[in-house]
Write a protein of this length. Sequence first.
Length: 370
Amino acid sequence: MKRTVGVAARLVVAVLTGYLAMWAVTSDVRVGVDEADALLAAELAPGEEKRTFEFVLNEPMKSLHVMALPQSNPAGVRVKLYKDDHALCDVTISPELLRHSHGHFQVGRDLKPGQCYLVLLQEAGGAGGQILISPRHLGMTGWQIYTRVFLATLVLSAVWTVFAGSSKNVRHRLAARVIFHHLLLAALLVFLYLSLHEGGHALAVSLFSDYDLASSDFFGIRGAPHAGSALGKDAQPWQRALTAFAGPALPTLAGWVLFAVWLSARVRRWREKHPLANLYFSAAVLMCVFPFIVVAAQLLGIGEDGDWGGFIHNVPGPLWAVKAAVWLAWVVNLAVILPVGVNLCRAWKTYLAAQTAAVLENVAAKPVEN
């Protein structure tokens, strides 16, 4: 009975954690935005086609932050910002921009004091929206909150592991080690996947246009993970399709390569001798290919994914052939996930057993006085 309750509790925690993680990735809410800290808070009313605003820079600034508040639904609003007689930006707020960077981007470099002008435009009947101009980034996105809480938990776990090492309570010492390694593994996996996913987008963009590395934010430090520069309005549909596809494709290809290495006899023997390395390696393979599973929701019409939607809606050729190829890749990934997932469970149990044995051996060899 206790074991069943324990398994159920772990599943509940896993589901809640997964739900919070998905919310953090997909939420378009920005928390803690104080308009009083902005140089300018501009609003274009629904149906209003054009409005011009003025503000003054009283001191030199490295750059300006432009924030389209997602909750004001500003998609379709065109933002033109000028410093004296020089144009700093001419950007149309798109759903992609709101999704990947929460409507935030930086403009200008080493700006001197002077007069600035902001022009907001939209087509007749547009929904309008709110735009903030600020010398710094305002507010926090769900992704930023989630990652900061996670990293703080990882640090606390590391501290707990250090102090628990002097405890003679076996359960405390074992729990500290196991929790720390699980959190560390999760952090490394997220780092790995984001590097490959956003790196794939960045590589594709760099093939078709100038890529601005300074505007990229692979890990969502300034908002949400995104690859930086986007294709211009003149980009061909096949270029947009390849750019969207490159994000999920690069980690998938990396996962297939790692899986081939994972299957080799020499690596298999090495994994059997090193439980912790087996755990990390198997988890890395699984992390690379598992997110591909979400394409099934796109293909079945029960969900929407920005990358897969952008690929399927823009790729040339018969749509049935494209979907068939994606389904085939989905099956291949499932064939990778099943054996690696089973091995991951075994590696986890072996690691727990090895950690338990190590802690008990340490306690028996050198008992610690309170």
